[in-house]
Design a protein. Structure first.
Length: 326
């Protein structure tokens, strides 16, 4: 993801000195990066435990997180691997944007990582674009560079991790957290496992889970709305009409929040806060080169393969209504 200032094009030249100003040590970026390493590692402990003791949990085996877990070298190793793979995917995504900005001489910050005690250990990362992007082609390339890099890095993690994943008897509904499956995961699972016996489920290896997160991040950033990567791409393709498209999708977010996953409501509020309006470019009426239009079809295919309508199953409004006894 990247954020962009909404200044007019007349301000470009007034900001030129900032492009050559002496850069300060990015201490905040560094501290957030370290904190995200730790947060993803600690969250990875629970996923590593679930993977290592997958068969034992089906026999009412009880194991809680505690100091003793740090004496389990396998769980520690798996957690380190999960954190490392996920950080590489997120860093690759943001460096894709950053390097594209450098190529087009657009001033941008290094990535800001966001540590958080979520199910994946982070809220992702972003760069901040500090000077206007003036041409459609530049905007398009900067927008797609991150998702393409993140998707390419997620693929080997997903396939390799799936090859190490386990098929175990499924726990009763409500006793485990069920993750949604993108089309890509279903296709990959079908190739690797050649069918799963009835009453069984896949327990993802931590590397596969990191790949799953990378795919999730890719798809959500590709929504053609506002300051998301897909918002930059859609604005480069269809100009100001992308705002209307964003409004339609915002309504879809609210519907998906009701019927699929309540997290869509949080996404809708975040998009509203960031705004649907996109800063203008100087060649507003220009058409993108054919090569970029062809790439837009590739981006659409990546989105279809990666999209997960319910990242966590059983957490739509109706399920939560029943769960709390209303």
């Amino acid at each position: 993801m990247n954020e962009e200032h909404g200044e007019s094009l007349n301000q470009v030249f007034s900001q030129a000195p900032a492009l050559v100003a002496k850069k300060k040590w990015p201490w905040l970026n560094f501290v957030l990066f370290l904190l995200t390493i730790f947060s993803t590692f600690f969250v990875g402990l629970s996923w590593s435990l679930s993977y290592k003791y997958a068969n034992a949990f089906n026999q009412n085996f009880q194991l809680a997180l505690g100091p003793a877990i740090f004496r389990d070298s396998e769980v520690i190793s798996l957690s380190i691997i999960y954190a490392a793979v996920l950080i590489v995917i997120l860093l690759g995504h943001e460096l894709g944007h950053y390097l594209a900005c450098r190529h087009y001489q657009v001033n941008a910050t290094l990535p800001y990582f966001i540590p958080a005690p979520t199910l994946i250990g982070t809220l992702g990362a972003f760069i901040k674009i500090k000077s206007p992007i003036t041409r459609k082609k530049d905007l398009f390339d900067i927008g797609i560079a991150g998702p393409l890099a993140g998707f390419v890095l997620s693929l080997p993690a997903l396939f390799y991790g799936l090859a190490l994943s386990k098929i175990v008897p499924a726990l009763p509904p409500g006793e485990s957290l069920a993750l949604g499956e993108p089309l890509l995961l279903k296709l990959a699972g079908g190739l690797i496992f050649r069918g799963i016996p009835p009453g069984h489920e896949i327990i993802l290896h931590p590397v596969a889970f990191a790949g799953w997160v990378g795919i999730l991040v890719t798809s959500y950033n590709l929504f053609p709305m506002g300051q998301l990567d897909g918002g930059h791409v859609s604005y480069a393709l269809i100009g100001s009409r992308s705002k209307t498209l964003g409004r339609v999708l915002l309504g879809c977010f609210f519907l998906m929040g009701v019927f699929f996953w309540v997290g869509w409501l949080v996404w809708a509020l975040l998009i509203l806060l960031l705004g649907l309006k996109h800063p203008q470019v100087s060649d507003e009426e220009a058409s993108l080169p054919r090569s970029r239009k062809a790439l837009s079809f590739l981006i659409f295919i990546i989105f279809v393969l990666s999209f997960i309508p319910d990242p966590i199953k059983g957490y739509n409004i109706f399920d939560l209504w029943k769960q709390f006894g209303f």
